[in-house]
Design a protein. Structure first.
Length: 151
């Protein structure tokens, strides 16, 4: 799991979003950022988490937060996921899992007795100076906004 903790500098990243636009951590200077890592587009838990963030997006914006999701899915998959669930925030392509590795959320997982490498569902709240305010490793997909906004 992540070695990063509150007060650490958030690792820099730069990746394409669903529209092939380059997005970097530095784009969010002077803004609070919710950077959430999730395993896969349009799967039950990931959909619940994304929709919970969508349904509370106005609350995040009112408190000065921007939201970015990160998974290893490609741009086309992200675009379909956004359109299907009307997500109001960007999803970043981390196909080579470099961002997940930098944040310490890439590793060996197990499902149905099979081991594989994948993304651990984890959220980082980053302040306007690029420092980590909070790390949420035990994400409650249907209550995730509450976990972030009311820690």
């Amino acid at each position: 799991m992540s070695h990063l903790k509150k007060g650490d500098a958030a690792p820099h990243f730069s990746a394409n979003n669903q529209k092939s636009e380059k997005v970097s951590l530095s784009d969010y200077q002077d803004k609070k950022l919710v950077l959430y890592f999730y395993p896969k587009d349009d799967t039950p838990g990931c959909t619940k988490e994304a929709c919970n963030l969508r349904d509370n997006y106005a609350k995040f914006q009112a408190q000065g937060y921007e939201i970015l999701g990160v998974s290893t899915d490609d741009e086309n998959s992200h675009l379909k996921f956004i359109e299907k669930y009307e997500l109001p925030f960007d999803l970043l392509v981390d196909g080579d899992h470099q961002i997940a590795e930098a944040y310490g959320v890439w590793g060996e997982k197990q499902m149905f007795g099979k081991k594989f490498m994948g993304t651990f569902r984890t959220t980082f709240v980053i302040d306007g100076e690029g420092n980590i305010e909070e790390v949420i490793a035990k994400v409650k997909t249907e209550e995730h906004s509450e976990q972030i906004l009311n820690p």
